[in-house]
Ligand binder design. Structure first.
Ligand code: SAH
Length: 350
């Protein structure tokens, strides 16, 4: 097993192959082979000489992913994959065929340390951060799936398992790679990073000059309730988080999305909607309401449709931009660590 090249930039590849006498421009060629032509074997890089291919095979490897399980929704719009890395750790990656294009949801950590009450990804704690290559491999895998139908990934949401801002350096390297012409040439505007609210890292990300959309998982309008649902709130208060969100919007000119999952009898009351509207007033922001995906282990249920409508109406009346997330993949446990958790728990997956 040689040194893995998957996840490196063209320049980084050029640097590691230089001692073997390969020219610098080969870096980009190899990167294109891996990221755009989905080649996982140097022997298939026919634009390289036989001698170069043999040399690369001897000293380097291309570590990608293998499919451990997959589920497809009945309407054919959502596909969820449990992808395994070299070494056996696995994460979930989801493809959602939206009216506006193909959106994929990728993971940044195996497991998660955040301990949010409603989330399945965190049930077994954090295992480890993903490498840049492991984050990127999820996208390349999806590109390869879509290429069969002459399609491609149009938007990426970094909303799978893990807290992206806890794997900050790898996240930023990954975002920069997505933008490169020899990778996906994807505009930053087509990428959304979701965070539970790691305040100092929100300021750091704002300064990176990568205008990705920031999505903040709010889920509660008071510190008391938010601390109960999301332990991270005990470290970074709502006020500090909202100030960081404002700073992100100011610095990048990008509208911040506040995610608010609705949980029956917990955070879905009209008074809570009024408090949320107050917090959002005057912000360059929009609120995304999401009926909670019930996690049996946590005993949390979604509100009735009327209740969700009442909640949305309170916000709309106060001129807050609000969308109710269309549910996708409800029949395939598309939410947040549920597939991986089932597999880990030894349950049968339909
Ligand atoms: N750690 C990051 C990204 C991963 S979670 C974050 O917290 O944002 C991605 C989104 O899924 C978050 O908004 C999270 O709160 C939400 N989520 C987690 N469990 C859920 C569930 N059971 N139903 C609906 N949304 C859930």
């Amino acid at each position: 097993m040689g040194v893995n090249l998957f996840g490196l930039s063209a320049q980084e590849i050029a640097e590691v192959i230089a001692p073997y006498g390969l020219k610098a421009f080969r870096g980009k060629q190899i990167a294109k082979g891996m990221y755009q032509r989905f080649l996982a074997d140097f022997q298939d890089m026919t634009d390289l000489s036989k001698a170069d291919r043999a040399l690369l095979s001897e000293h380097f490897s291309i570590d990608t992913v293998t499919v451990k399980a997959e589920q497809h929704s009945k309407d054919g719009k959502t596909s969820k994959y449990l992808l395994a890395f070299v070494g056996g750790d696995c994460v979930e990656t989801v493809l959602m065929r939206q009216p506006y294009g193909n959106s994929i949801c990728i993971s940044t950590q195996v497991g998660c340390a955040m301990g949010c009450l409603f989330c399945a990804s965190t049930l077994n704690g954090l295992v480890r951060n993903l490498t840049v290559g492991e984050i990127l491999a999820q996208v390349v895998f999806m590109q390869q799936q879509l290429a069969v139908a002459q399609q491609k990934v149009d938007t990426i949401v970094v909303m799978g398992s893990g807290e992206p801002l806890h794997n900050y350096d790898h996240l930023v390297q990954f975002l920069k790679l997505c933008h490169e012409d020899y990778v996906f040439h994807l505009g930053y505007r087509h990428i959304t990073v979701s965070t539970a609210g790691i305040v100092p890292k929100i300021y750091a990300l704002a300064k990176e000059q990568l205008p990705v959309t920031l999505s903040i998982s709010l889920h509660a309008p008071t510190d008391e309730l938010r601390s109960r649902l999301m332990p991270v709130n005990r470290r970074f208060s709502l006020a500090d988080l909202l100030t960081a969100g404002d700073a992100y919007a100011m610095e990048t000119g990008r509208r911040v999305t506040y995610e608010y999952i609705l949980i029956a009898g917990v955070n879905d009351g009209e008074e809570q909607a009024r408090l949320l509207a107050k917090l959002m007033k005057g912000k360059l922001a929009n609120v995304n309401l999401i009926p909670v995906n019930p996690v049996v282990e946590r005993g949390l249920a979604r509100p009735k449709a009327e209740q969700m409508e009442r909640f949305a109406k309170v916000l709309e009346e106060r001129h807050i931009t609000v969308t109710v997330r269309r549910e996708m993949g409800g029949d395939i446990q598309a939410a947040c660590g549920q597939l991986r958790h089932q597999i880990l728990a030894g349950k049968d997956v339909k």
